[in-house]
Ligand binder design. Structure first.
Ligand code: GDP
Ligand code: IMO
Ligand code: MG
Length: 440
């Protein structure tokens, strides 16, 4: 039994973190998102129902689990209330199990507007953000000008005035930088007060709230958003998000001590995708790309944008495993590769006529990297209902073994489809088959 697990995306996001967290949640008492905001889109399929979570930790789909939006997050209260209402409409009463760290920052409508206008002004050099105001909110946090979730506890009139002050300051910037019209300060101030009235009971001091985790009474799962290669420090800057998606972010974004971490599950998709701009050495184009996009339904869970597909990049995956200290891998979407005659894996890059096997986080260097591939034979047998790893087609197992060797880390979990039950735990095949899968 683990006291603290961290689940981290090992590629450019959308690896299937939501699905893996959902499968691991029955083992824990609290799930904590530690960074990012409503830029995330974590999908879980339960029977005919599909849940896409943007701000709430995926644990919310399990009845007894508490969920904390950690201090490292940026919280858009408009998006949060919409998400809570949507869950309620689908029979999940989340309000009583959601906790908001008072130190998390608030995304305000002008952050979204600045994000959008800045992207437009960059034209073809834009990052391709999700437009959720993530960068501008983290900027305000770092420049110590931000509003925090804890500010929602102020008396209504003080809160309203504080928000109006922030909007008026942002209006000056919008006018000077983009010649953009002013935003309605009074209206935004009043809306935030309304949001505060509903959200106040959920706000906690996360240090106090997490005391049972430190005392060993609660098992915690820390849910990463985005992926290692989108990390502000360790990704291909500037084509990254504005937070630390990697294991360091799990510590700063929760305030929990490193010694408690006894499991780091790196989620890797059996091929790669990227949404937004930036270098992507194994990217496919044309018909091959379209076939993989269609087979894997690779369209953004947040923005609906088509994702850019490519072959599995073992150089990048090894980098992600090492940066995060991965103790195990959860491999998703292996089923999507079924039916291909051959499957390629990138084992090294050529960069300026040299062969390298380390991942350059510098975007300009990564842009010049050309993949060196090894080709493996494909498989054609549908295994999406199989629960025992040994029953996978031999070539699929050989593919997994090749990845393990190249990455230097064991694949413990294999996800064989979007549904909850389509999940193999190589260590506990039998007990997984029989366990109760929570509610929702
Ligand atoms: P996340 O952001 O990392 O949680 O991933 P997303 O939810 O954005 O994207 C993953 C997509 O793949 C979702 O539509 C999932 O329902 C789906 N998915 C997850 N695991 C599997 C799998 O093993 N096989 C298939 N076919 N789909 C999967
Ligand atoms: P999940 O948690 C994939 C990408 C955007 C853009 C860059 C910066 O579902 O894996 P931002 O809006 O964060 O300033 O955009 O990061 N991006 C994601 N790509 N999955 C995500 O989240 C992402 N969140 C942000 O496309 O390239
Ligand atoms: Mg996603």
């Amino acid at each position: 039994m683990h006291s603290m697990s961290v689940v981290i995306g090992g590629q450019w996001g959308d690896e299937g973190k939501g699905k893996i967290v959902d499968c691991l949640v029955p083992e824990v008492d609290v799930v904590i998102r530690y960074q990012g905001g409503a830029n995330a889109g974590h999908t879980v399929k339960v029977g005919e129902k599909k849940f896409v979570l943007h701000l709430l930790p995926t644990g919310i789909l399990h009845e007894k689990v508490r969920c904390l939006l950690g201090g490292g997050m940026v919280v858009d209260t408009w998006a949060l209330l919409e998400e809570l209402d949507e869950l309620k409409a689908n029979g999940v009463d989340a309000d009583s199990r959601v906790y908001l760290a008072s130190s998390a920052h608030l995304v305000l409508p002008f952050h979204r507007r600045i994000d959008e206008l800045r992207e437009k002004s960059l034209q073809r050099k834009n990052i391709g953000t999700t437009g959720r105001g993530i960068g501008p909110t983290y900027e305000d946090k770092m420049s110590r000008m931000g509003l925090r979730v804890g500010d929602l506890l102020l008396p209504d009139e003080n809160l309203r005035r504080l928000v109006i002050e922030k909007v008026l300051r942002a209006n000056q910037y919008l006018a000077a930088r983009f010649d953009a019209p002013a935003m309605a300060a009074e209206a935004i101030g009043s809306e935030i007060v309304e949001h505060a009235q509903r959200l106040r009971p959920m706000i906690v001091d996360s240090f106090d709230f997490l005391a049972p985790v430190r005392a060993g009474a609660w098992r915690a799962l820390l849910e990463g958003a985005q992926g290692t290669l989108l990390d502000i420090d360790h990704g291909s800057y500037p084509f990254v998000t504005s937070s630390n998606c990697t294991v360091g972010g799990a510590l700063t974004g929760t305030g929990l001590p490193p010694q408690l971490i006894d499991r780091v599950t790196l989620v890797l998709k059996a091929y790669c995708t990227r949404v937004g701009n930036g270098p992507f050495p194994t990217e496919l184009h044309g018909e091959e790309a379209e076939a993989l996009r269609q087979a894997g339904h690779e369209f953004g869970a947040t923005t609906g944008r088509p994702r850019r597909p490519g072959w599995f990049d073992a150089v990048a995956a090894r980098y992600a495993a090492e940066i995060n200290g991965a103790t195990e891998i959860a491999l998703t979407k292996l089923d999507v590769l079924t039916g291909l005659e051959q499957v390629k894996v990138c084992t090294a890059y050529t960069l300026d006529d040299k062969t390298i096997d380390s991942f350059p986080a510098d975007a300009a260097q990564l842009e010049r990297c050309k993949p060196v591939y090894t080709e493996l034979p494909g498989w054609s047998v549908d295994f999406s209902a199989i629960k025992d790893y040994r029953e996978l087609p031999e070539n699929a197992r050989a593919y997994v073994a090749t990845l393990e060797k190249l990455i230097g880390c064991r694949v413990r979990y294999v996800s064989t489809g979007p549904q909850r039950e389509q999940f193999i735990d190589r260590d506990q095949a039998a007990s997984v088959q029989n366990r109760s899968l929570g509610t929702a």
